[in-house]
Design a binder for this molecule. Structure first.
Ligand SMILES: [Zn+2]
Length: 109
């Protein structure tokens, strides 16, 4: 195997890998919770653009996989929130509080 298909490739990657608990299962769960809607553009990506959705870590800590720290964004917005981090963290914390409150969120890890 060569290049990206080589398991050793990870060692050369610039980004830190995501922790195990940030699994596809968890990502799908968050997307489902958020009804496949990007919180910033409010567009439902369920049908055509399902693949275009990312799950964002609100506090930018990849190891914090609490569901309160995760929010669904489209790929372009996920890239956008990597600047102005302080602003966006506050912004999403407010959203998720309001959202989880109205949702009567009871499950937790
Ligand atoms: Zn978006």
């Amino acid at each position: 195997m060569t290049g990206k298909n080589n398991p050793m490739w990870l060692n050369g990657a610039k980004k830190k890998p995501y922790p195990k608990q940030f699994s596809n299962w968890l990502k799908n769960r968050i997307k489902q919770r958020d009804e496949y809607i990007c919180y910033l553009c409010n567009i439902e990506h369920k049908i055509a653009l399902k693949e275009n959705l990312s799950v964002h870590h609100i506090d930018y800590d990849k190891n914090n996989c609490n569901e309160k720290n995760l929010i669904t964004l489209c790929k372009s917005h996920n890239a956008k929130v990597n600047t102005n981090r302080k602003y966006w963290k506050q912004y999403f914390e407010n959203i998720i509080d309001a959202y989880l409150y109205s949702f009567k969120y009871t499950e937790s890890f």
